[in-house]
Design a protein around this ligand. Structure first.
Ligand code: SAM
Length: 246
């Protein structure tokens, strides 16, 4: 996959993509991430990329021309079928289903806004969709772009050492993840649940599924409402609820 981020702070993108799972994927060539500034496309001596908003009010707005040139140059360099995405608080939410959809693309241009945002005419002509990473406002689209890249790249084949670990993550099956433990077995008064030490794989599988169902029921009932539970899941959730009540 090839990704180009259009940003006024390319160094922010470049520094983060060197680290951890993402860094390894970049190193191995499983993903290519470029960062380009609209300033490179500004035609005046001061390399102006923003201007005051029509209608007045506080803040500045990213101008169309330099950003449009940057988006056009970026998409021309990416494989056919690549998508142009603006990161904006007013976009569709980034969910695991959306991540899976994006992971199937050959490439993406990610446009990170700054100031009050980007001139609407650019968004309506040069962008395929707007994606939000949550119902809060950040100072710029760089962190959202990095969140999106990280979420997508870790699902690409061969990126995670253990493919299973992605399949078991929260949201992959419409549930939150179950609790994890490592050594020591006992810490102060807190013991690891006996079932995890017993070595009975079927009992461990059932316990984990029960915890995932219970945790989702407690913390994200909206996820549970959207999922159809099979007979085993219904039984385990009922067990979890009665254990909670007792
Ligand atoms: N005036 C905008 C609004 O109320 O929606 C906020 C602009 S914000 C200060 C600057 C930039 O941060 C935006 O252009 C967008 O690219 C990015 N941004 C802020 N919050 C975001 C979010 N929740 N998801 C994605 N991008 C976001």
């Amino acid at each position: 996959m090839q990704v180009t981020v259009i940003t006024l702070f390319p160094e922010l993108i470049r520094s983060v993509i060197q680290i951890g799972v993402l860094g390894r994927a970049v190193e191995r060539g499983q993903v290519q991430v470029e960062a380009v500034s609209p300033r490179e496309f500004a035609s005046d001596a001061r390399r102006t990329v923003d201007d005051r908003p029509f209608g007045g009010g506080p803040g500045m707005v990213m101008k169309v021309e330099p950003t449009r040139s940057a988006v056009r140059a970026a998409i021309a360099d990416l494989p056919v079928g690549s998508r142009r995405i603006y990161l904006g608080a007013d976009g569709v939410p980034l969910t695991q289903a959306k991540v899976a959809e994006l992971a199937a693309l050959p490439g993406m241009v990610l446009l990170a806004g700054r100031y009050e945002g980007v001139d609407e005419r650019l968004l309506s002509t040069e962008v395929d969709e707007t994606i939000s990473i949550g119902d809060y406002v950040l100072s710029g689209g760089e962190l959202p772009a990095l969140v999106l890249i990280d979420a997508v790249v870790r699902t690409l084949p061969g990126v995670l050492g253990d493919e299973e670990s992605a399949l078991q993550d929260s949201f992959m099956t419409g549930l939150l993840d179950w609790p994890h433990y490592t050594r020591p077995e006992e810490l102060d008064a807190l013991k690891v649940p006996d079932v995890l030490i017993g070595g009975n794989h079927e009992a461990i599988r059932r316990w984990r599924l029960k915890q995932a169902l219970g945790r989702t029921w407690l913390r994200r009932p909206d996820l549970l409402a959207a999922k159809t539970l099979n007979a085993e899941e219904q039984t385990l959730l009922a067990e979890f609820k009665s254990e909670q009540a007792g």
